[in-house]
Write a protein that binds this ligand. Structure first.
Ligand SMILES: [Zn+2]
Length: 220
């Protein structure tokens, strides 16, 4: 039997240590300004301690949340779990039902928002950088075609787009913009014939992923 281990964010019940900087002015001296118990929606912890501080410089008060907790009602662990379940094809309503079995009451709209926010976070993390060789592949996520580009130098995600791999023109337009943006010299893809055509059109090198080549050879 195969077992998949999910690496989910950890959640702490309280934050150790004091804040280093005031989020408003960058000041470094604070007064403790009380503590509140915050209820969280999570798979394990239902309540965490949140400390409040007052900046001695600008007089603003702010909260310091423990690891894995934010001003949101849900813990980061629960948000990630919702996103993973949805990526595996579970509908938002079913995610809500599954969590209810474990005593977590989350509306299907909250699950939907988690997925949207996770997508936006990935988008914000993507930065420009020159990438000589890029791995390109298409995947299906919940009935939608998604194109993924990964820098094969450092393995970092370069771009994501909601495009069906079989739509030649859309894939070509997307790769053309990526080529100009990241100075791509070559792409590594699976054996789908359209990639060969696109690589020639865009004048970039093209190699078929060794994994796919081995699979073909194995079949023969
Ligand atoms: Zn301040």
């Amino acid at each position: 039997m195969s077992i998949v281990v999910l690496n989910l964010p950890s959640v702490k019940r309280k934050k150790e240590g004091r804040p280093k900087q005031c989020p408003y002015c960058g000041g470094e001296t604070f007064q403790r300004w009380g503590q509140v118990n915050k209820r969280v929606k999570d798979t394990r912890d239902r309540q965490v301690k949140v400390h409040r501080y007052r900046c001695c410089f600008c007089k603003h008060t702010f909260r310091q949340y423990p690891e894995g907790v934010s001003p949101a009602q849900q813990s980061e662990r629960l948000m990630k779990l919702c996103v993973i379940m949805w990526s595996l094809g579970v509908s938002h309503r079913s995610v809500s039902l599954i969590l209810a079995v474990f005593g977590v009451h989350l509306s299907h709209m909250s699950g939907w928002r988690d997925v949207q926010e996770a997508g936006q976070r990935i988008g914000r993390r993507l930065k420009w950088k020159p990438s000589r060789i890029v791995g390109v592949d298409g995947v299906w996520v919940n009935g939608k075609g998604i194109m993924v580009a990964v820098d094969l130098g450092d393995g970092e995600l370069l771009a994501l787009a909601e495009i069906d791999e079989k739509e030649l023109v859309a894939v070509e337009t997307w790769l053309k913009a990526l080529k100009q943006q990241h100075k791509i010299g070559a792409i590594v893809t699976d054996d789908l014939a359209t990639y060969k055509e696109i690589a020639q059109e865009l004048e970039v090198g093209h190699q078929i992923c060794q994994f796919h080549v081995r699979r073909w050879t194995g079949k023969r």
